[in-house]
Design a protein around this ligand. Structure first.
Ligand SMILES: *Cc1c(COP(=O)(O)O)cnc(C)c1O
Length: 434
């Protein structure tokens, strides 16, 4: 056994050596040291603001939908560990990957038929883009290599995904001349329930038509734009995109990495619109937050197109592709989700968030409160003071991670009503003090 390290030693080493998301090196704000997690609670190695346990309002960035240390997921991981944690996927296959792929095809909209397992969301977006570009190349249209999206999106941090992130929020300035130049429509008008704006829809159609010759695909996050700004839009625009893409010979990619597995109240956000994309990306909640895994699904038309090309293979194959441990847990997580009335639980959380966040609407400095499914957002009229907002939430016994002008929560679906009320109180406190 290695020498035990005290919390203070760990935090000092962390500061010295460990890079954290979107952070400088060395870090400026000390992270909280988590010792273990169970249910909806994170246990801290030492108390902060008098709390040694925090209710998790973030589901570890949308992923831990069943909470932590879940007996069913633990058992799936242990069981698979007994057999093998990993084998290469080139020339070999295994039951967890096959079962998972079959299940994903079964639960996603028709006619998504084929599954590429990747190791993170960003990589699954890279694969989606590669599929689309290669499809057109195979069909003798190599000029079709640009992407169109709407502003306000987020698709990951590797190069192709970065190129379709919101150009203002996504550091495009910094990377001008380095990132591929894509085509941006205005952000979709806000409001899940708002009637689609016909003038906006017409501009989308026009833009797709005008650039059809050079467009490989349109890529969007359906219904909810997550890390780009936590905004919701009418599913009607997804139908507009589908029709315009079909009319002009452009593929359609839905990035459901954040919205998949029930978060918005539909198993997949595409379900709100009754629309199927040609390519769909899944990640985040795929393994119930246990392990890193993502998937890119495509139709047979896309796969057949690629197979007809001069290079008839999809030239992509991550070392840890199809990782059996992750695949086994993902399969168990989806089975667990579908074995219960998840839609009812998401509805219950939606109701709790609407009630619990309503008071924030009256606060000075709050621009808007919005809720959809198990997603609750308080948007301020100013940049959040991260340190003050985090402290306010921790004082309430809750873990939140605000960004820009947004304090938000997407709790695990197992969050009980009392814990949900506590999360809402913390969001309101963070909005007041942040
Ligand atoms: C988180 C996210 C990604 C990137 O996934 P990673 O696993 O962090 O690489 C891509 N698209 C959307 C919509 C996301 O929310």
């Amino acid at each position: 056994m290695p020498e035990p390290l005290s919390p203070r030693e760990l935090l000092a080493l962390d500061r010295q050596h460990v890079w954290h998301p979107y952070g400088p090196m060395p870090g400026t704000a000390a992270p909280l040291l988590v010792e273990s997690a169970s249910g909806v609670r994170l246990r801290l190695a030492e108390p902060v603001e008098g709390r040694d346990e925090l209710v998790d309002g973030m589901s570890s960035w949308w992923s831990a939908v069943h909470g932590y240390h879940h007996p069913v997921l633990d058992e799936a991981a242990h069981g698979q560990l007994e057999r093998m944690s990993h084998v290469m996927f080139g020339g070999l296959t295994h039951e967890p990957a096959v079962r998972l792929a079959k299940r994903l095809v079964d639960i996603t909209p028709e006619p998504l038929e084929h599954v590429f397992l990747a190791d993170s969301g960003s990589v699954s977006v890279e694969v989606a883009v590669k599929m689309c570009l290669q499809y057109w190349r195979s069909l003798g249209k190599p000029r079709k290599q640009r992407l169109l999206t709407w502003r306000g999106g987020y698709h990951g941090d590797t190069w192709q995904p970065m190129s379709v992130c919101d150009p203002d929020g996504g550091m495009h300035e910094l990377w001008q001349g380095v990132l591929p130049r894509q085509i941006f429509a205005d952000a979709p008008p806000a409001g899940f329930d708002a009637a689609p704006d016909e003038a906006y829809a017409a501009r989308l159609r026009e833009l797709i038509g005008r650039h059809a010759e050079e467009l490989a695909a349109v890529i969007v996050e359906p219904v909810v734009q997550g890390a780009g700004g936590m905004s919701f839009h009418s599913p009607g625009y997804l139908r507009v995109l589908r029709e315009a893409c079909d009319a002009h010979g452009v593929l359609l990619i839905f990035d459901e990495i954040a919205t998949g597995f029930g978060r918005t109240g539909s198993l997949f956000a595409a379900g709100h619109a009754g629309v199927t994309p040609d390519v769909m990306c899944l990640g985040k909640a795929l393994t119930g937050g246990y392990l890193t895994l993502a998937a890119t699904l495509c139709t047979s038309a896309v796969a057949d197109g690629i197979s007809r090309g001069a290079l008839p293979v999809l030239a992509h194959g991550p070392t840890f592709m199809g990782n059996p441990l992750a695949a086994a847990v993902a399969d168990a997580s989806i089975e667990l989700l579908l074995s219960q009335d998840w839609a009812q639980e998401v509805k219950r959380i939606e109701t709790g968030l609407r009630e619990g966040l309503a008071p924030a609407a009256g606060h000075a400095g709050v621009r808007e409160v919005r809720v959809l499914g198990a997603i609750g957002v308080v948007q301020l009229d100013h940049e959040v003071d991260m340190a003050a907002a985090t402290r306010a939430a921790v004082r309430e016994g809750v873990w939140l991670r605000p960004f820009r002008d947004l304090i938000y929560t997407m709790p695990p679906y197992i969050t009980g009503d009392d814990d949900l009320a506590r999360i809402c109180a913390a969001v309101c406190a963070a909005a007041r003090e942040g």
